[in-house]
Design a binder for this molecule. Structure first.
Ligand SMILES: CC(C)(COP(=O)(O)OP(=O)(O)OC[C@H]1O[C@@H](n2cnc3c(N)ncnc32)[C@H](O)[C@@H]1OP(=O)(O)O)[C@@H](O)C(=O)NCCC(=O)NCCS
Length: 442
């Protein structure tokens, strides 16, 4: 007869008759493990052991390739079908009709705002874009060639020292204040990191401009009284911000949740997310696409390059995704945004090479068989470059909009009674119980 592994989970799954029968061939014992929402609880396996004093079976899953770390109602992805939804709304509809701040509200509050709620939200964000002057001094202390992403993560972490009340995680009005501050100040810090590298004076926020319009002004304003970016560029940036706002449990979101699970303040947790995004495997793929396109040089070299990819010499950067095994829905939208941007800035000469690559790869059996399609990074770098951004700013342009997703996920975690401090197990592979050897005898 099967032994129930955990009464708690058995009770939780009482509504569902689904279970997994596990037979431990070491002992011949069988266990019934409840299946809930397509998952089993790793903790349920801990009861499977050869003797009372022996450790139970654990799950080994480097990189969490098949482990759900939380329940979440924020972002839904179906990688096979190429679906991305925020709070149930398809990304295509949001990119077409919404603004970044409305999407940020949706991610954080779970519902689209009414007109009044939206206006209050936009007003709150707009009037918290300024940072303390000491943050400016702090940023000016960085070396002339400091990477803007390093400056961003340090300055967001530093904000926690300006708002010590942010360590109070239980007071919802205090929490709300930090949410507003974080979303509001991110473009200011990102733009200042950019200006720093250029040796240009930092530009203060302009409260009469929109979120994306103000960001562009802080990046590019010189001596003019008022900086007004082209509306088409503002809209394209807004769309890019919407596309990057959340992507469920990716590396940086997992970092925010993991660090946040220690109940540290949200600025510290978000700076951990920025650190994760700094890594080339996460925020750096669009830079790799640009390098690849430059190396190919011209559209007529594309067939040779594709042959090299098929022979395993290198990868076609901006193609393929761990989750999407279909066209990344964001890539379609970004292609349209690229056309709008190039209408203003002139066509990026690398676009011709990118289009040729995409055309050939989408028809080629190697890519079709492996279900490799363009991902969001295939075109985003071309747009950022056309906007006058150096590659070092690419991850900053990702971190600014992803902040709303990080914060939404952080809030969800704080209120989730099932969450505990993130503390994985390990399989110990080292030496045991050795006697200390004095230095002169080693
Ligand atoms: C994103 C990525 C890391 C996902 O990798 P993954 O899910 O672990 O997939 P795998 O590495 O197991 O690849 C599966 C197969 O497709 C091939 N493949 C995957 N991505 C490829 C690419 N971009 N170009 C050529 N071949 C690729 C692999 O060689 C492998 O082929 P094989 O079965 O003959 O060995 C991978 O597609 C990649 O490196 N893409 C390029 C980098 C990029 O654009 N990253 C941004 C992601 S948003």
């Amino acid at each position: 007869m099967g032994a129930d592994v955990s009464q708690e989970t058995a009770a939780a799954s009482a509504g569902s008759a689904e279970s997994l029968t596990v037979r431990d061939n070491r002992t011949g014992q069988e266990y019934d493990v409840p299946i809930l929402d397509g998952t089993i609880r790793a903790a349920d396996l801990a009861g499977i052991r050869t003797a009372d004093e022996e450790p139970g079976v654990a799950v080994y899953d480097p990189g969490f390739v098949n482990t759900a770390s939380c329940r979440s109602a924020i972002t839904y992805i179906d990688g096979d079908k190429g679906i991305l939804e925020y709070r149930g709304y398809p990304i295509e509809q949001l990119a077409e009709n919404s603004t970044y701040l409305e999407v940020a509200y949706l991610l954080i509050h779970g519902e689209l705002p009414t007109k009044d709620q939206y206006e209050t939200w936009v007003h709150e964000i707009t009037y918290h874009t300024f940072v303390h002057e000491n943050i400016k001094t702090f940023m000016q202390g960085f070396r002339y060639d400091a990477h803007p992403m390093g400056m961003l993560l340090a300055s967001v972490g530093a904000l926690s020292t300006f708002y010590p009340e942010s360590r109070n995680l239980t007071d919802t009005s205090i929490r709300h204040m930090q949410v507003v501050r974080m979303i509001a100040k991110m473009p200011t810090l990102g733009a200042w990191a950019f200006r720093h590298a250029q040796g240009k004076p930092y530009v203060y926020p302009d409260n009469e401009l929109s979120y994306a319009g103000n960001f562009l002004a802080m990046l590019f304003k010189m001596s003019e009284q008022k900086f007004q970016a082209d509306e088409r560029l503002i809209r394209a940036l807004e769309v890019l911000f919407i596309l990057h706002a959340d992507h469920e449990q990716n590396c940086s979101t997992n970092a925010v949740r993991s660090v946040g699970s220690s109940q540290v303040d949200p600025y510290s947790a978000v700076s951990a997310g920025i650190a994760a995004l700094f890594g080339p495997l996460h925020g750096g793929a669009n830079e790799a696409v640009l390098r690849m396109l430059r190396r190919i040089g011209s559209a007529d070299k594309v067939p040779d390059f594709i042959d090299g990819v098929k022979n395993g010499k290198e990868r076609l950067m901006g193609f393929g995704h761990r989750v999407y095994k279909n066209y990344d829905p964001r890539a379609r939208i970004i292609k349209k945004a690229a056309d709008d941007v190039f209408e203003v800035t002139g066509v990026n000469p690398l676009l011709k090479i990118a289009l040729e690559l995409e055309k050939i790869a989408l028809e080629d059996e190697y890519f079709v068989k492996r279900r490799l399609y363009p991902n969001v990074d295939f075109y985003s770098g071309l747009i950022y470059e056309a906007l006058g951004m150096p590659v070092s700013m690419f991850p900053v342009l990702f971190a600014i909009p992803r902040t709303s997703g990080w914060i939404a996920q952080w809030l969800e975690m704080i209120d989730d009674s099932e969450q505990k401090i993130a503390r994985p197990r390990q399989i110990y592979t080292g030496e045991r119980t050795r006697d200390y050897v004095a230095m002169d005898r080693r």
